[in-house]
Design a protein around this ligand. Structure first.
Ligand SMILES: *[C@@H]1O[C@H](CO)[C@@H](O)[C@H](O)[C@H]1NC(C)=O
Ligand SMILES: *[C@@H]1O[C@H](CO)[C@@H](O)[C@H](O)[C@H]1NC(C)=O
Length: 187
């Protein structure tokens, strides 16, 4: 139980006076948020015309519900689109062993699955080291907290209302949805 000292003291005083204790509710009793919120995840595939850029891109904003911190994440992976007349550029992985960066370094992310920019899923990882401006719990106890969340597949079938897939004249394609949750998973 994570009672802080003042609450315990107040409880003892209340108990001593025979007063019913109603306001002492441990943090765990609150409906704890269980998912990262991802806003406007963007997935882009460059043109295959030479000179082709070759790397696909991912970008989104994410909020950790426990600390209420928000940051922007982006990364590249591939080659995932190239002209047949060009050699492939060096591989850039975006997996759990090679995560992408976020503006707030406590966050990182990777592709949990990728069948194309029109069907992929994201994993987000948040590490709270107990020294920063994170949640009160970690500040108070100085413990490292790690949360990982994984989205469902981000595709037309799962997000029919906000799904937008577009290809420009140069065959640069993008897919965007409005909002996706990444429920916490056991690491
Ligand atoms: C995402 O974050 C950036 C930078 O913090 C901000 O400018 C932008 O408005 C945010 N977009 C959304 C959809 O929240
Ligand atoms: C989370 O932060 C946003 C601004 O960044 C604020 O508007 C909102 O009230 C905060 N929510 C909680 C539960 O603290």
């Amino acid at each position: 139980m994570f009672f802080s000292v003042p609450i315990v003291a107040a409880s003892l005083i209340a108990a001593a006076h025979g007063t019913p204790i109603t306001a002492v509710s441990p943090r765990q009793d609150a409906a704890a948020p269980q998912a990262f919120e991802i806003l406007r995840p963007y997935s882009g595939k460059p043109s295959e015309r030479p000179p082709s850029y070759q790397y696909c891109g991912i970008a989104f904003n994410v909020t950790d519900p426990v600390s209420n911190l928000t940051t922007r994440c982006s990364g590249e992976h591939g080659p995932c689109a190239k002209s047949s007349s060009e050699p492939a550029k060096p591989e850039r992985l975006l997996d759990a062993a090679h995560p992408g960066a976020c503006a707030d370094a406590r966050f990182s992310f990777w592709l949990d699955s990728f069948r194309g920019i029109e069907d992929y899923s994201l994993a987000v990882r948040f590490v709270e080291d107990g020294s920063g401006s994170g949640s009160e719990v970690s500040q108070e106890y100085g413990v490292e907290q790690v949360r990982v969340g994984v989205t469902p597949r981000i595709n037309r079938e799962n997000f029919p209302d906000s799904w937008r897939y577009q290809c420009g004249g140069s065959n640069f394609c993008t897919s965007i949805v409005d909002r996706v949750e990444a429920p916490f998973v056991e690491e």
